[in-house]
Design a protein around this ligand. Sequence first.
Ligand SMILES: [Zn+2]
Length: 663
Amino acid sequence: MAERKEKFYLTTPIYYTNGLPHIGHTYTTVVADMIRRYKRMRGYEVVMTTGTDEHGVNVERAAKKAGIPESEYVAKMAETWRALWDELGIAADEFVRTTDLQHVRTVQWLFKLCRENGYVYKGHYTGLYCIFDNAFVNEPKPGNLCPDCDRPLETVTEENYFFKLSAFQKPLLDFYKKNPDFIQPEARRNEIIAFVEGGLRDLSITRTTVRWGIPVPGEEPHVFYVWFDALSAYLSAVGGPDFAKRGMWPADLHLVGKDIIRFHTVYWPAFLMAAMLPLPKQVWSHGWFLMDAAKMSKSKGNVVLPRPIVNMLGMDALRYFLLREVVFGQDGNFSYDALVTRYNSDLANGLGNLASRTAALIEKNFGGKIPKPGTYKPQDDALAKETQAAIGEVLERYEKMEFARALEAIWAVIALADKYLTSEQPWALGNSPEEQGRKGTILWTTSELLRIVTVLAHPVLPQSTEKIWTLLGQSGSVAAVPLDGLRWGQLSPGTQLGKAQTLFPRVDKNEAIERIEAMANEELNPAPAPTPAATPAHTPAAAGPGAAAAPAGIAQIGIDDFTKVEMRVGQVKTAERIVGADKLLKLTVDIGTEIRQICAGIAQFYEPDALVGRKVVVVANLAPRKLRGVESNGMIVAASVGPEGRPVLAGFLEDVEIGSRLK
Ligand SMILES: [Zn+2]
């Protein structure tokens, strides 16, 4: 039997299903995928786990609002997450759902072990409770009101099972001391140690007031509560009670956001110690991407979605930006401006340009075959030496999770190559044997540098490096190249180059940002679907918290509500199409008191010219919003006809004065 490779098991958090994946989740998953690729190239057998946390009272509520059973609701959400990771090329090896039978077994088994070892007891939990929402409230509004429904809260005591977390203060502190790398980065480690030194309170791990959870066997209506359930997913993904068979546990790395580091470095190791199971080797907490210095959140409306960026610039560009822009472990600022700037400078003008330039020169001077190097000059030797040194540095940076520094080192080599080509000017050399020989040396040297850069950048840029690999005429996949065997001088002269590849086409910054914003806007605020059944499952309207239900009937409103809507007769002054938005027209409309710019989703059914002069109904007091990057101040009223919702503009049979109000 072949000797088994060394294993590496890493996880992302098991994401809470009651929301949609945004750039924050994408960041963690991209980092995990990058580490997975890197470790594989270093010869490890790697398993990466992600998944969805599907229990709890919030899921119960969202399902109720949507009018579907919880099981159906979470199945849809899990599919949304799974599909996005697939689409982005970062699907994990294991996708664990906390409603999986294997996971249920694992949680119950872990509980049994903790209880047998004397770390579980029955007690009482007292807290503020909302009878209406059927949930304990941790952060009440002033005056002890429910933050969700504003009703007064009551103090309720319920029977719970408790985990004896207090017994693990010393064992945990000893463990941190013996394993100084367990909590990373350093600043987080110090915080956690201070927290544990401050004393640990026992932890309530079951509820009788929550219905949608994993039952405690023989103790119904107790179900497991949040962390005892969710954290166990890392273990259930690789075998649960039978983890030894798979040989992946303990985890080598849990990647987490800094908001959940405490649960992963205090609760989780304590549960495992209580069950006498092996502990994970490391927990790495990364920072957040901030948008205009505020944490992204759906309620603030500053959420960045991955899909529009990928549609515009490609997944590799997003990966590169996320890993290059911030020091892993710290917070970073996210801006489309910085994203597109980096794309153009580092990818289009940097790596992409080096690859296409080198290939074009070889094509022109050597019929597309990688030339044989002749005699080296000192500048050739210097470039070889610098590139060889970069291999060691990049691997060391990757190993220390210094991704930005690793990429900096790779791009420093790319910059050297640009400088080298500019000073050596192979295109200015003639066809004499001597000059042709010199050209060969320069172009072999550049190609060899490009080959090494391609291998080193592969974990971060998996798609484009495969393209460059093919362009360089290399066989197989770059993913299969062992990083530890990578050295200067391995490129064979005479290799026929592959077909030219489009790598990173340069984009106009303003146009690119506008298009990304427009696509994001459309994903966050989808046009209302004509029928509830036609609403795609992945839109926020169908799945976001608090917006889960498509109303079964239309609620009645009073006259007061109706008079809040200011509808006026307007006349279209100008109409034009919007580049990159095939459904939208940009109109200017005279509403009597002023001329408004309004976007309308009617471009597929109305010619702009035919609209000029037409009288329309305008909702005049709709808050301004941006559609495809274009400001819209108001809305044109139209009927939505047929299953595809064809718009038909509302109008008048008699002549009406511009600005008249509809009542
Ligand atoms: Zn409430």
